[in-house]
Design a protein around this ligand. Sequence first.
Ligand code: C2E
Ligand code: MG
Ligand code: MG
Ligand code: MG
Length: 292
Amino acid sequence: YQAKRTRSPVTAYEPESDTADRAGLTVAGMLPRAVAEKEFTLEFQPIVNLIDGKPIGAEALARWQHPDRGSVDPRSFLDPIEKSGLLTAFTDAVLDQALDAAKQWKEAGFNWPVAVNISPRSLLDRRLPLLVSARLSDHGLTGADLMLEITEAQTLSQLDIVDKVLAELRELGCALALDDFGTGFSSISVLPRVPMIQEIKIDRSFVNEMEHTPKAAAVVRGTVELARGLELLVVAEGVERESQRRMLWELGCTAGQGHLFAKPMPLSKIMRLPATLAEPLHDPGSVVQMPT
Ligand code: C2E
Ligand code: MG
Ligand code: MG
Ligand code: MG
């Protein structure tokens, strides 16, 4: 019984009630080796056309197989990575794996870009475009094969260096998506100042609440209208139910991502993805019921 409860000698010596801080410290202590030893892997989540359920792209999501803790959530290692000076090495490893995947599915006949999350702090790094360009040519790919998901719209508007980095990434042909839209400060007001953006991703908190909360529904509707006005693609995150898919479609959103269609999966699995991940939407013309 003792052996069953104690998964490894290392965890056995840790206090029972591990605080968040302590967990953070443990993660930070393990990071240099994890980056050096390339313990990070990527999973890929399809992005689909809401009307027919067909994949149109996939987002790369970092996973860390911690020797003692098992799979560690990106939310708990991204912050320490940003603070530790390991961000460039991490971003490089992520780009390398993501482009490797993009290359493989391109050769298999899927015409999808790979979406890679870029930490806001990386946008302050003048060498980022050079890194992206080097990794693209390593894999024989072009900027059109890569979508970069960025956040923190507020810093985007304030820093010249960020503008310069974004402009250079655009010159490489990479598309830029504004991730978690609606959660940052002044995301809407900053958009007209970011003419480089091609896509908005509606944060899953709004998708989750829109059927029952008028304000969440208003944010989704407003975002879709804004995207339309600016001629941007809009992708809804965290679509878990058929009713959400239908409501999003009726609000004018054309693309989505979420457990309804597929969870993040290893490359081997995404290479065997069916041609469609949901039944086509029937009667797509009906009028949406906004919550009251
Ligand atoms: P994100 O870019 O907004 O990614 C979407 C997150 O929503 C992912 O969480 C995904 O697994 C989750 N998700 C997708 N569909 C559903 C759904 O239907 N329901 C629910 N409840 N969740 C869903 P994940 O993989 O834990 O990643 C969390 C965040 O970590 C990402 O949010 C992104 O900001 C960041 N991240 C992940 N990989 C990387 C990376 O390689 N580099 C950087 N800089 N950030 C990353
Ligand atoms: Mg993302
Ligand atoms: Mg997001
Ligand atoms: Mg999100």
